[in-house]
Write a protein that binds this ligand. Structure first.
Ligand SMILES: [Zn+2]
Length: 273
């Protein structure tokens, strides 16, 4: 999302909103201030916070959007008039460009917000950024009984990691998917913090090299272990394993992370042919 924010900024910074076309019924999550209030105002900058891209607009307004699992952004120059499947909104800008937000599939979780000055909108309650000093202090001292992986997925505790990078971070830190925060030694806590920095920095570097629309689902191509069950571990060659949950799976390397032990996965039989 950091790379996406940078590209949106490069594409429209300094230009004014000319208009917007709501292309989906549920995309806009706010009604006050109205989206019409954006028209004629310049884009002053674009940042990322957690999984949200935040567009700073003249006069203190902010437009925020997130892509959920299957969203993507198309950069259009000149603006198109089409309505691709899953379209959420198209914003047109005074520099002859447009940004189209859309979503694959039927989840309808991608959305956008128009937020008044001083209002945090969907950012309210978001935890500190993963690479911040604030989160480092928390991790060094916390006796949270949840698993590290659970914490990394919880945007209220730490923003901007998510499940894919969570797998890669635990792999890099050589910790079990079952490791809890309170069980970590000081050395292991530092390994987690170092792994967060390395994994997110690598991810950003790869995303900066991409061209075309950005899609969170396509990030999967770039993970080290996430989504790669059955593939040899890039560090040791052991076969990557998974633990399946209702909404997600955790992928790990037994040799690197659990002392060679394959953790119970009750749903495995469902996936075995
Ligand atoms: Zn390994």
């Amino acid at each position: 999302m950091q790379a996406l924010a940078e590209r949106v900024e490069a594409f429209v910074a300094g230009a004014a909103f000319e208009g917007y076309e709501p292309l989906g019924f549920t995309g806009l999550k706010t009604y006050d201030p109205p989206a019409e209030a954006l028209v004629g105002r310049a884009v002053e900058g674009v940042d990322r916070r957690g999984k949200y891209v935040v567009i700073e607009v003249e006069g203190g307004l902010r437009v925020m959007f997130h892509l959920s699992q299957a969203g993507r952004v198309d950069f259009e120059e000149p603006p198109k008039r089409t309505k691709p499947k899953g379209s959420v909104v198209r914003w047109r800008f005074s520099n002859g460009r447009a940004v189209l937000l859309r979503e694959h599939g039927t989840e309808r979780k991608a959305g956008w917000w128009v937020v008044a000055p001083g209002d945090e909108g969907p950012l309210a309650g978001l935890g500190p950024e993963a690479t911040s000093d604030e989160f480092a202090r928390w991790l060094r001292s916390s006796d949270d009984s949840r698993r590290v992986h659970t914490v990394l997925r919880d945007q209220r505790t730490v923003a901007g990691v998510g499940r894919g990078y969570g797998d890669d971070i635990l792999h890099r830190a050589k910790l079990s998917p079952y490791a809890t925060v309170k069980s970590l030694t000081p050395d292991e806590r530092e390994r987690v913090l170092g792994a967060i920095r390395d994994v997110l920095a690598d991810g950003l570097e790869r995303e900066r090299k991409r061209t075309g629309g950005l899609s969170e689902s396509k990030l999967g191509e770039h993970f080290t272990v996430h989504g790669k069950v059955g593939v040899p571990c890039p560090d040791c060659g052991d076969e990557l394993q998974r633990i399946s949950y209702e909404s997600h799976e955790v992928v790990y390397c037994p040799a690197c992370q659990t002392g060679g032990k394959v953790l119970a996965d009750r749903r495995t039989s469902r996936f075995v042919k």
